[in-house]
Design a protein around this ligand. Structure first.
Ligand code: CP
Length: 307
């Protein structure tokens, strides 16, 4: 594959290969060793039209660890504010011989559109409600490290599924790798397409979490909801927020995940988020760097083959 635009459509062996490579980068990162030659002479541009802490920073770190020249474009202070279109902005960056373009955009499909127009390898860093492929890869790597496998595990993805590109990418990845996926949330926040995606739908947390191996909580994406349809934090937490009582329905060794940013006391209780016996949220962030190094590695080798 020349770009990474989505998990949907990726072959299970390709996903497994990326996870294996990311695992080796995770070990290298923990040992403090770096590999500064692979992307020497390559330019990576982070083009984020939506805010980010984890994804942008970890792509920057991943690119630098592999020796790339990394540029973080500040969209707010760019010529986008003067009316330059997405495609003209991308064409401008492409003319500077950018090799790897990491794009986050509020519109689903924006990175795929860019991929048709530029010679750089395009990586989707989250597009609208569509996909966030590197998040699903880092989640899968974290699960695999903790549980030793993906196949046969029961994974409950909870909360605002409707607006979540993280949920969509995880559903595609986990079902491709033969995990059993449940989505758990209020009917208003479960997309109609859920059944088509091969997941089980639950509207009650205790039923949805019963005997789960993995509990993945999602942020309530208020910014994508129409005014008047935003649930109150207190009501949401009462029914859908993860606390010790609801988590007791899952397996005793179930792990708790959250892609971040977290809204404590809305979708997750602080006591659970900070419980080192259950929460793997810090490890997810750590794996984010390793996964992004693996993706940059694979796509840069593909660039060489296409040259
Ligand atoms: N999980 C995630 O995408 O976080 P950021 O929005 O901080 O990048």
């Amino acid at each position: 594959h020349r770009h990474l635009l989505a998990i949907e459509g990726l072959e299970p062996p390709y996903i497994a290969g990326l996870l294996d490579l990311a695992e080796s980068y995770a070990l290298l990162n923990r040992s403090g060793k770096t590999q500064r030659d692979l992307l020497r002479g390559r330019t990576l541009i982070n083009l984020f039209f939506e805010d980010s802490t984890r994804t942008r920073t970890s792509f920057e770190l991943a690119g630098k660890r592999l020796g790339a020249d990394v540029i973080n474009m500040s969209v707010a202070t760019s010529s986008v504010s003067k009316g330059e279109t997405l495609l003209d902005t991308a064409a401008t960056l492409n003319a500077m011989n950018c090799d790897l373009l990491v794009v986050r955009h509020g519109q689903s499909g924006a990175p795929a559109l860019l991929a048709q127009k530029v010679s750089a390898a395009v990586i989707n860093a989250g597009d609208g409600t569509h996909e966030h492929p590197t998040q699903a890869l880092l989640d899968a790597l974290t699960i695999r490290r903790r549980k030793g496998r993906l196949e046969g595990l029961t994974v409950a993805i909870c909360g605002d599924i409707l607006h979540s590109r993280v949920a969509r990418s995880n559903i595609h990845l986990l079902t491709a790798m033969n995990a059993r996926v449940r989505v758990v949330g209020p009917p208003t926040l479960i997309p109609a397409e859920a059944a088509r995606l091969g997941v089980e739908v639950f509207h009650d947390m205790r039923s949805g979490l019963r005997d789960a191996d993995v509990v993945m909580m999602l942020r309530l994406q208020r910014e994508r909801m129409a005014a008047g349809l935003v649930p109150s934090s207190r009501e949401f937490f009462r029914f859908w927020g993860l606390d010790a009582e609801k988590l007791a329905a899952a397996k005793p060794d179930a792990i708790v995940m959250h892609p971040g940013p977290m809204n404590r006391g809305v979708e997750i209780d602080s006591a659970i988020a900070d419980d080192p016996a259950r929460s793997v949220i810090g490890e997810q962030v750590e794996m984010g760097v390793a996964v992004r190094m693996a993706v940059l590695d694979v796509l840069s080798r593909q660039l060489l083959r296409n040259a």
